[in-house]
Design a protein around this ligand. Structure first.
Ligand SMILES: Nc1ncnc2c1ncn2[C@@H]1O[C@H](COP(=O)(O)OP(=O)(O)OP(=O)(O)O)[C@@H](O)[C@H]1O
Ligand SMILES: [Mg+2]
Length: 251
């Protein structure tokens, strides 16, 4: 039987005094790639930040099991050591830290770094600039992919790798991600699904107002969302089951 690399049960999370995730349940089997869809502000990035362990994301209830181990209260560096990596939607600029220093921390020699740069067609000149400072939107996305390629974790969370990326670079980024995911597991957030042209995703989920309400085939769910919008997800039979359960629990 396939093992689950990640198991999230009944997870509720508060950020800045607001409950953003409510009763999230998610299982990702070893070797699977899952996609997360959801409207703006529905809690997608919050879920990734919580799995990564950022302290601002306060777990109110539930648990996160990674490779069979409860990591709900583990600090970020321990989660990275276990193999969890994230490519951020909006990574901060880091004044005074060169991208070369970060990449060099994860790679063993110059040749390895050069090979990674080639894979995402990344300008070596950017390595000697402060991380993300004055980088273009596309350069930031490529820098994020470069960093997770260098880290070599085995569970990759990638937040909107396709937003603001031109058609040629989308192909480059898509192929690089697909290459990484061949022998890894992952969770990818996308709005329009452009990145899915290059990635073999197994399962998709829809999150609405902080709860995963629907799961199924990535192609089917994306087609429904693109044609009918998220209104379709509110009508999803799976969502009705969840609501019935909530009513039963509350009565
Ligand atoms: N640090 C924070 N402080 C206050 N509110 C926050 C914080 N982080 C997230 N939120 C709120 O939580 C909600 C979910 O945010 P999140 O970034 O997870 O959305 P998202 O689904 O990733 O949206 P998008 O598609 O726009 O990226 C939003 O209403 C957001 O304003
Ligand atoms: Mg987001």
């Amino acid at each position: 039987m396939t093992e689950n690399i990640l198991e999230i049960s009944n997870l509720s999370v508060e950020v800045s005094g607001r409950i953003v995730l409510k009763d999230v349940n998610l299982k990702i089997a070893e070797g699977e790639v899952h996609v997360l869809f959801g409207p703006n502000g529905s809690g997608k990035s919050t879920l990734l930040m919580t799995i990564m362990g950022f302290p601002a994301y306060k777990v109110l209830s539930g648990e996160i099991i990674f490779k069979g181990r409860d990591i709900t209260n583990l600090p970020i560096n321990e989660r990275v050591k276990l193999g969890i990596n994230v490519a951020f939607q909006n990574p901060p600029a880091i004044r005074g830290v060169k991208l070369r220093e970060i990449i060099g921390h994860w790679t063993s020699n110059v040749r390895e770094t050069e090979n990674l740069l080639k894979k995402v067609n990344f300008s070596p000149e950017l390595l000697d600039r402060d991380v993300n400072l004055g980088f273009s939107g596309g350069e930031i996305k490529k820098s994020e992919i470069l960093q997770i390629m260098a880290q070599k974790g085995d569970f990759l969370m990638i937040d909107e790798p396709d937003s603001g990326v031109d058609v040629e670079n989308l192909k480059i980024i898509g192929r690089a991600i697909n290459d990484m995911l061949r022998d890894r597991s992952g969770l990818i957030i996308t709005h329009q699904g452009y990145i899915l042209r290059f990635i073999n995703a197994h399962v998709a989920h829809v999150i609405l107002q902080g709860t995963i309400v629907c799961s199924g085939s990535p192609t089917k769910i994306l087609t429904q969302i693109l044609t009918e919008g998220y209104g379709w997800c509110y009508k999803c039979p799976m969502r009705r089951r969840i609501e019935r359960r909530e009513t039963e629990t509350n009565s």
